[in-house]
Design a protein around this ligand. Structure first.
Ligand SMILES: [Zn+2]
Length: 227
C-alpha cells in the first residue's frame, strides 16, 4: 500500500516495463509497476497523476450511483444468465444456494456466505449457459472461437486472446440478457478484427443493430456491479 496525499494505492510489482495507474472495478486505485521501481519513485508518479486520479475516482462514483446495493433478503431480484430471478431465503432447503426456475433459493444459515455462494453459482452457470449463446452468434458471424473460461478477470468484462480463446468475468452472468449478448458478440467480433476499428463495429452491428443501447447501459450501470 502506498499513500500519496489522501489517495491510497495498492502496488502490484511484476515483470512489466512501465508504471500504470488503474481505477479498479471497486473504485480503489492500484499501480502496476516494474520490480525495480522504488516506492519513492512511484509516489512521484502518483503525485503527478493526482488530478487524473481524482477525476476518475469521481467519475467512478458517479457511474456507481446506479449499482444495486444488495441486502440478500427474500424478494430481491437478480439477473442470472440474463434472466431476472427472485431471491428466496429459506430454512428448509437442502442446498446452500440453488437456482430453481426463476427463483434463487438461499439457505438462511448460509446468509453470511451469500456473496461467495453467488460468485460460485454464476461461474458454474456461466460454463453451462455461455456455450450456447456463443455458439448461436459464432455461427451467424462465421467465426470459430477457442476454449471458454469464466473466472475473475482483473478489470474487464471479457477478453479474447490472439488465438480466439474467450474469457468472461463471472459477473457477466449478472447482466441483463441483451447486455450479455452484446459482450459475447463484442468478443467474437475480435476474432475477425483485433482492434476497435470501423470494420470491427460494423461486424458487431450486423448481428446486433441495437448494440449501442447495451454498450451505454454498461457504461452507466456497469462500474460497480457485481451481482
Ligand atoms: Zn473490445
Amino acid at each position: 500500500m502506498l499513500k500519496v496525499a489522501d489517495v491510497e494505492c495498492t502496488v502490484l510489482r511484476s515483470a512489466r516495463r512501465s508504471v500504470a495507474i488503474f481505477i479498479e472495478r471497486d473504485g480503489s486505485v492500484s499501480i502496476r509497476a516494474p520490480q525495480a521501481v522504488s516506492d519513492e519513485q512511484l509516489a512521484k508518479v502518483v503525485e503527478k497523476k493526482l488530478p487524473w486520479i481524482y477525476r476518475n475516482v469521481a467519475l467512478w462514483r458517479e457511474l456507481n450511483r446506479n449499482a444495486p446495493n444488495r441486502e440478500f433478503v427474500s424478494g430481491e431480484s437478480f439477473y442470472v444468465a440474463g434472466q431476472p430471478c427472485i431471491l428466496d431465503v429459506r430454512d428448509d432447503t437442502p442446498e446452500p444456494l440453488s437456482l430453481m426456475g426463476d427463483r434463487l433459493v438461499l439457505k438462511r444459515s448460509h446468509l453470511p456466505k451469500a456473496e461467495e455462494l453467488l460468485r460460485a453459482l454464476y461461474r458454474k452457470i456461466g460454463y453451462e449457459r455461455l456455450p450456447s449463446i456463443i455458439e448461436r452468434f459464432a455461427s451467424r458471424m462465421g467465426v470459430a472461437p477457442g476454449r471458454l473460461r469464466v473466472w475473475e478477470l482483473q478489470n474487464r468484462w471479457a477478453s479474447c486472446s490472439d488465438c480466439g480463446n474467450l474469457n468472461f468475468h463471472w459477473k457477466v452472468m449478472s447482466l441483463p440478457g441483451d447486455v450479455l449478448e452484446y459482450l459475447v458478440v463484442h468478443e467474437l467480433a475480435h476474432i475477425k478484427h483485433r482492434n476497435h476499428t470501423k470494420e470491427f463495429w460494423s461486424e458487431v452491428e450486423k448481428v446486433l443493430p441495437r448494440w449501442e443501447l447495451a454498450a451505454s447501459w454498461l457504461r452507466d450501470n456497469g462500474a460497480g456491479r457485481s451481482f
